[in-house]
Write a protein that binds this ligand. Structure first.
Ligand code: ZN
Ligand code: ZN
Length: 265
Protein backbone atom coordinates (compact mmCIF):
# COMPACT_ATOMS: atom_id res chain seq x y z
CA UNK A 1 0.00 0.00 0.00
CA UNK A 2 2.75 2.36 0.92
CA UNK A 3 4.52 1.74 -2.35
CA UNK A 4 1.35 2.30 -4.30
CA UNK A 5 0.69 5.50 -2.44
CA UNK A 6 4.18 6.80 -3.06
CA UNK A 7 3.92 5.88 -6.68
CA UNK A 8 0.69 7.81 -6.94
CA UNK A 9 2.24 10.89 -5.53
CA UNK A 10 4.91 10.66 -8.16
CA UNK A 11 2.21 10.09 -10.72
CA UNK A 12 0.34 13.07 -9.43
CA UNK A 13 3.40 15.22 -9.88
CA UNK A 14 3.83 13.98 -13.41
CA UNK A 15 0.13 13.86 -14.09
CA UNK A 16 -0.42 17.44 -13.29
CA UNK A 17 2.85 18.63 -14.68
CA UNK A 18 3.37 20.54 -11.44
CA UNK A 19 5.10 23.27 -13.40
CA UNK A 20 3.39 25.77 -11.28
CA UNK A 21 5.13 28.70 -12.82
CA UNK A 22 3.31 27.94 -16.05
CA UNK A 23 1.35 31.00 -17.10
CA UNK A 24 -2.32 30.19 -16.99
CA UNK A 25 -3.05 31.96 -20.26
CA UNK A 26 -0.82 29.49 -22.10
CA UNK A 27 -2.91 26.52 -21.16
CA UNK A 28 -4.66 25.25 -24.28
CA UNK A 29 -8.21 24.07 -24.37
CA UNK A 30 -8.66 20.36 -24.92
CA UNK A 31 -12.10 20.97 -26.31
CA UNK A 32 -10.55 22.83 -29.24
CA UNK A 33 -8.76 19.68 -30.25
CA UNK A 34 -11.70 17.36 -30.13
CA UNK A 35 -14.23 17.77 -32.88
CA UNK A 36 -17.28 19.10 -31.16
CA UNK A 37 -20.25 16.82 -31.06
CA UNK A 38 -22.53 19.30 -29.45
CA UNK A 39 -24.78 21.04 -31.88
CA UNK A 40 -27.27 22.57 -29.53
CA UNK A 41 -26.42 26.02 -28.35
CA UNK A 42 -27.22 27.29 -24.93
CA UNK A 43 -29.65 29.77 -26.43
CA UNK A 44 -30.57 32.73 -24.38
CA UNK A 45 -30.61 30.95 -21.04
CA UNK A 46 -28.32 32.65 -18.63
CA UNK A 47 -25.43 30.82 -17.02
CA UNK A 48 -26.99 31.42 -13.63
CA UNK A 49 -30.30 29.94 -14.70
CA UNK A 50 -28.61 26.90 -16.18
CA UNK A 51 -26.51 26.44 -13.08
CA UNK A 52 -29.65 26.41 -10.96
CA UNK A 53 -31.40 23.98 -13.25
CA UNK A 54 -28.44 21.65 -13.63
CA UNK A 55 -26.81 21.83 -10.25
CA UNK A 56 -27.24 18.11 -9.66
CA UNK A 57 -26.10 15.38 -12.02
CA UNK A 58 -29.01 14.21 -14.09
CA UNK A 59 -29.56 10.57 -14.92
CA UNK A 60 -31.11 10.87 -18.33
CA UNK A 61 -33.23 8.12 -19.80
CA UNK A 62 -31.35 5.59 -21.86
CA UNK A 63 -32.89 6.77 -25.10
CA UNK A 64 -31.42 10.22 -24.54
CA UNK A 65 -28.05 9.22 -23.23
CA UNK A 66 -26.93 6.90 -25.98
CA UNK A 67 -27.64 8.96 -29.04
CA UNK A 68 -24.25 10.57 -29.64
CA UNK A 69 -22.19 7.59 -28.53
CA UNK A 70 -21.10 4.32 -30.09
CA UNK A 71 -19.74 6.04 -33.15
CA UNK A 72 -16.48 4.54 -34.25
CA UNK A 73 -15.44 7.72 -35.99
CA UNK A 74 -15.66 9.64 -32.76
CA UNK A 75 -13.82 6.91 -30.89
CA UNK A 76 -11.02 7.08 -33.46
CA UNK A 77 -10.71 10.80 -33.03
CA UNK A 78 -10.59 10.53 -29.28
CA UNK A 79 -7.86 7.92 -29.28
CA UNK A 80 -5.53 9.45 -31.80
CA UNK A 81 -4.99 8.88 -35.46
CA UNK A 82 -2.54 5.99 -35.62
CA UNK A 83 -3.75 2.48 -36.31
CA UNK A 84 -7.25 1.54 -37.32
CA UNK A 85 -10.03 2.83 -35.17
CA UNK A 86 -11.59 -0.58 -34.72
CA UNK A 87 -8.39 -2.24 -33.57
CA UNK A 88 -7.50 0.53 -31.19
CA UNK A 89 -11.01 0.61 -29.82
CA UNK A 90 -10.96 -3.08 -29.02
CA UNK A 91 -7.51 -2.76 -27.54
CA UNK A 92 -8.28 -0.08 -24.99
CA UNK A 93 -11.71 -1.43 -24.15
CA UNK A 94 -10.13 -4.70 -23.10
CA UNK A 95 -7.79 -3.03 -20.62
CA UNK A 96 -8.41 -1.54 -17.18
CA UNK A 97 -9.78 0.91 -16.33
CA UNK A 98 -11.89 0.84 -19.51
CA UNK A 99 -12.38 -2.90 -19.76
CA UNK A 100 -16.00 -3.65 -20.47
CA UNK A 101 -17.23 -6.17 -17.93
CA UNK A 102 -19.60 -8.84 -19.17
CA UNK A 103 -23.09 -9.25 -17.78
CA UNK A 104 -22.26 -12.51 -16.06
CA UNK A 105 -19.05 -11.24 -14.55
CA UNK A 106 -18.74 -10.79 -10.83
CA UNK A 107 -18.50 -7.11 -10.00
CA UNK A 108 -19.58 -6.33 -6.46
CA UNK A 109 -20.93 -2.80 -6.80
CA UNK A 110 -20.17 -0.57 -3.83
CA UNK A 111 -20.65 2.83 -5.44
CA UNK A 112 -22.16 4.36 -8.58
CA UNK A 113 -21.23 7.60 -10.30
CA UNK A 114 -22.24 9.74 -13.23
CA UNK A 115 -21.01 12.76 -15.15
CA UNK A 116 -23.28 15.80 -15.34
CA UNK A 117 -25.08 14.85 -18.56
CA UNK A 118 -25.39 11.20 -17.57
CA UNK A 119 -23.70 9.84 -20.68
CA UNK A 120 -20.74 8.51 -18.69
CA UNK A 121 -21.57 6.26 -15.75
CA UNK A 122 -19.43 3.90 -13.75
CA UNK A 123 -19.45 1.56 -10.77
CA UNK A 124 -16.83 0.86 -8.13
CA UNK A 125 -16.23 -2.44 -6.39
CA UNK A 126 -14.00 -0.96 -3.66
CA UNK A 127 -15.91 0.76 -0.85
CA UNK A 128 -13.04 2.72 0.67
CA UNK A 129 -10.58 4.59 -1.56
CA UNK A 130 -6.90 3.85 -1.15
CA UNK A 131 -6.46 7.50 -0.39
CA UNK A 132 -8.46 10.72 -0.52
CA UNK A 133 -7.00 14.20 -0.68
CA UNK A 134 -7.48 17.81 -1.56
CA UNK A 135 -4.92 19.22 -3.99
CA UNK A 136 -4.45 22.98 -4.08
CA UNK A 137 -1.90 23.12 -6.91
CA UNK A 138 -2.38 25.69 -9.63
CA UNK A 139 -2.83 23.03 -12.31
CA UNK A 140 -5.75 21.52 -10.43
CA UNK A 141 -7.26 24.94 -9.87
CA UNK A 142 -7.12 25.75 -13.57
CA UNK A 143 -8.20 22.40 -14.95
CA UNK A 144 -11.08 21.99 -12.53
CA UNK A 145 -12.19 25.60 -12.43
CA UNK A 146 -12.22 25.33 -8.65
CA UNK A 147 -10.11 26.51 -5.70
CA UNK A 148 -8.83 22.95 -5.22
CA UNK A 149 -9.33 19.41 -6.45
CA UNK A 150 -10.73 16.49 -4.45
CA UNK A 151 -9.37 13.16 -5.65
CA UNK A 152 -9.85 9.60 -4.39
CA UNK A 153 -7.37 6.96 -5.43
CA UNK A 154 -8.39 3.52 -6.71
CA UNK A 155 -6.85 0.63 -8.58
CA UNK A 156 -7.67 0.56 -12.27
CA UNK A 157 -9.44 -2.77 -11.76
CA UNK A 158 -11.83 -1.20 -9.22
CA UNK A 159 -13.88 0.62 -11.86
CA UNK A 160 -16.48 -0.59 -14.35
CA UNK A 161 -17.82 1.86 -16.91
CA UNK A 162 -21.42 0.86 -17.47
CA UNK A 163 -22.12 3.57 -19.97
CA UNK A 164 -20.28 6.01 -22.15
CA UNK A 165 -16.71 4.80 -22.03
CA UNK A 166 -16.74 5.40 -25.80
CA UNK A 167 -17.63 9.00 -25.04
CA UNK A 168 -14.53 9.89 -23.06
CA UNK A 169 -11.87 12.35 -24.03
CA UNK A 170 -8.31 12.63 -22.82
CA UNK A 171 -5.93 15.44 -22.09
CA UNK A 172 -2.23 15.00 -21.54
CA UNK A 173 -1.47 18.07 -19.45
CA UNK A 174 2.30 17.55 -19.62
CA UNK A 175 2.29 17.75 -23.42
CA UNK A 176 -0.85 19.87 -23.56
CA UNK A 177 -2.33 17.53 -26.12
CA UNK A 178 -5.74 15.87 -26.22
CA UNK A 179 -4.43 12.33 -26.50
CA UNK A 180 -4.63 9.16 -24.46
CA UNK A 181 -1.04 9.03 -23.26
CA UNK A 182 -0.51 8.28 -19.59
CA UNK A 183 -0.80 10.02 -17.28
CA UNK A 184 -3.72 12.06 -18.52
CA UNK A 185 -6.96 13.65 -17.51
CA UNK A 186 -10.23 11.99 -18.55
CA UNK A 187 -13.45 13.88 -19.21
CA UNK A 188 -16.89 13.26 -20.61
CA UNK A 189 -16.56 14.24 -24.26
CA UNK A 190 -20.06 15.68 -24.27
CA UNK A 191 -20.54 17.69 -21.04
CA UNK A 192 -16.78 17.91 -20.24
CA UNK A 193 -17.21 16.84 -16.63
CA UNK A 194 -13.82 15.71 -15.28
CA UNK A 195 -14.11 11.96 -14.65
CA UNK A 196 -10.67 11.03 -13.38
CA UNK A 197 -6.94 11.36 -13.72
CA UNK A 198 -5.60 8.15 -15.24
CA UNK A 199 -2.10 7.37 -14.05
CA UNK A 200 0.15 4.60 -15.22
CA UNK A 201 -0.87 2.27 -12.40
CA UNK A 202 -3.76 3.93 -10.56
CA UNK A 203 -6.71 6.23 -11.15
CA UNK A 204 -7.65 9.37 -9.24
CA UNK A 205 -11.43 9.68 -9.26
CA UNK A 206 -13.36 12.82 -8.41
CA UNK A 207 -15.78 11.84 -5.63
CA UNK A 208 -18.23 14.62 -6.39
CA UNK A 209 -19.49 12.37 -9.22
CA UNK A 210 -20.12 9.48 -6.85
CA UNK A 211 -23.43 9.02 -5.14
CA UNK A 212 -22.31 8.69 -1.53
CA UNK A 213 -25.59 7.44 -0.10
CA UNK A 214 -24.69 6.74 3.51
CA UNK A 215 -22.91 8.45 6.35
CA UNK A 216 -20.40 5.62 6.33
CA UNK A 217 -19.67 6.21 2.63
CA UNK A 218 -19.11 9.90 3.28
CA UNK A 219 -16.76 9.02 6.13
CA UNK A 220 -14.89 6.55 3.92
CA UNK A 221 -14.25 9.21 1.29
CA UNK A 222 -13.35 11.95 3.73
CA UNK A 223 -10.10 13.64 2.63
CA UNK A 224 -7.04 12.67 4.64
CA UNK A 225 -4.73 15.54 3.71
CA UNK A 226 -4.18 18.75 1.79
CA UNK A 227 -1.44 18.86 -0.86
CA UNK A 228 0.27 21.91 -2.37
CA UNK A 229 -1.36 23.94 0.37
CA UNK A 230 1.25 26.66 -0.21
CA UNK A 231 -0.51 27.41 -3.52
CA UNK A 232 -3.97 27.67 -2.00
CA UNK A 233 -6.40 30.39 -2.92
CA UNK A 234 -8.60 29.71 0.12
CA UNK A 235 -7.69 28.84 3.71
CA UNK A 236 -9.23 25.65 5.04
CA UNK A 237 -9.96 25.52 8.74
CA UNK A 238 -9.59 21.84 9.54
CA UNK A 239 -7.09 19.59 11.30
CA UNK A 240 -5.97 17.59 8.28
CA UNK A 241 -2.24 17.54 7.50
CA UNK A 242 -1.38 20.39 5.17
CA UNK A 243 1.66 19.71 2.99
CA UNK A 244 3.31 22.63 1.24
CA UNK A 245 3.83 20.47 -1.86
CA UNK A 246 3.75 16.71 -2.40
CA UNK A 247 2.60 14.64 0.56
CA UNK A 248 5.42 13.29 2.71
CA UNK A 249 8.13 14.88 0.60
CA UNK A 250 7.43 18.49 1.46
CA UNK A 251 6.99 20.57 4.55
CA UNK A 252 3.97 20.35 6.85
CA UNK A 253 2.65 23.89 7.08
CA UNK A 254 -0.54 23.33 9.02
CA UNK A 255 -3.00 20.88 10.48
CA UNK A 256 -2.06 17.72 12.30
CA UNK A 257 0.58 15.07 11.79
CA UNK A 258 -0.54 12.54 9.17
CA UNK A 259 -2.28 9.42 10.46
CA UNK A 260 -1.92 6.02 8.96
CA UNK A 261 -5.15 4.80 7.34
CA UNK A 262 -5.20 1.29 5.91
CA UNK A 263 -1.50 1.45 5.28
CA UNK A 264 -1.62 4.83 3.56
CA UNK A 265 -0.68 8.15 4.95
ZN1 ZN B 1 -21.31 13.95 -19.54
ZN1 ZN C 1 -3.01 19.33 -7.99
Amino acid sequence: MRRASESLHVQHRSLLGCKHSRPRHLLPSASNFIRSRTTSGSGSRSIAARHTALSRPSRLPTSQTRQPLNRMEDTRNLHGSSGTGAQRSEEWQSQAPYRVHGQQEEFDVKHEASCHCGRVQYQLKRAVPLDSKFCHCVECQVQHGAPFQWAAIFHKEDINFTRGHEGLEWYDSAKREARHTLPCKVRCAYCKTPIMDEGRRMILLFPTLISLKSEQARRDFRPRMHMFYSQRVVDIDDDLPKWSGMAKSSELIGGSEPKEVDGNL
